[in-house]
Design a protein around this ligand. Sequence first.
Ligand SMILES: Cc1cc2nc3c(=O)[nH]c(=O)nc-3n(C[C@H](O)[C@H](O)[C@H](O)COP(=O)(O)OP(=O)(O)OC[C@H]3O[C@@H](n4cnc5c(N)ncnc54)[C@H](O)[C@@H]3O)c2cc1C
Length: 310
Amino acid sequence: MHCEVFGLYPYPFDYFRPNTLEEALVLAQGDGMKFLAGGQSLVPLLNLHVAEIKGVVDLQHVASALKFVQSQQDRLRLGALWTHDELSHSSLLGGRCPLFSQAAAFIGHPRIRRRGTLGGSIAHADPLAEWILVMTLLDPQLILASAKEERQLPFHDYLLGPMMTALSDDELITAVEISLPEKATYGFTEVSRRPGDYALVATALSVGWDRDRIAQADIAISGVSDVPRTFPSISRDMCQEYPSHGLVEHIKHAVEAAVDPPSDVLAGASYRRHLAGILVEKALHQAFDEMSNAGETAAKSIGKSEGERT
Ligand SMILES: Cc1cc2nc3c(=O)[nH]c(=O)nc-3n(C[C@H](O)[C@H](O)[C@H](O)COP(=O)(O)OP(=O)(O)OC[C@H]3O[C@@H](n4cnc5c(N)ncnc54)[C@H](O)[C@@H]3O)c2cc1C
């Protein structure tokens, strides 16, 4: 009685722990079945009786098959069962796309980072989740498998709204495939009310380089609209520019003018707008600093006035 009133325990459900991926996909075809990866979102929802299911397909024994990194020149394929912590500490990933460790550091607490997975976070699709922001920025192909077929879906067609996706009930996200520019640096930063909370506003950005000039840039921000959004025309303003304080100021003000955030109990619209501006500024400095630390010549360009922008 006590448990039912306060929702401390889930309603009863069947539990399956398959040993192969094929077996997991067949089990998932059953009515009301859910995959269980790290359990860091599903279990709280079940305990609070927000979700009611017939059974779970625990991926524990198939996790090792879905923890891989395939690195090609311009492409990276990541298995979906990597935990947040493993992504944060992978040296191969750190070398190819340090954005993953930058973002993972902001996810929840150590226990959550040790258990929660990339695929679980993408499937759960919380609009303030760090991986949802990173995926919005990088727009990877998601590799989805069911007992019937395997298909690829670009992330921009996958995320339909807050916690709404194009994933079918019996489909498993097995991997994400990311196209990476040959030479890029990244920035990721966020503000939350307390350490470990979901962000109020977060920014992820990438800067591709042609020697010491910006060849290409992308900016994504969460917490200013119902799902994270990108800023293609503002990002285009950075192309062919040298990194400079003037450029950072220009982008910061352009972002502040472009966002139209909601007010809610956690933060007002004007505060979210202000955060968007300063977080973009900080993330740009991270990306530019990373470039100068890599021994490139970007450093010498920092400090050019806006008038010197080409
Ligand atoms: C206190 C707390 C704080 C948190 N803070 C943050 C935070 O700051 N930032 C953040 O991003 N997250 C946060 N989280 C959520 C955490 O990151 C989860 O790990 C993540 O959202 C879900 O990953 P999981 O592996 O635990 O998935 P699960 O909980 O196992 O599953 C979540 C959902 O995804 C489905 N699913 C799981 N894996 C797959 C797959 N490969 N393919 C298809 N469907 C799948 C499940 O069926 C379920 O519906 C927090 C969680 C808690 C409890």
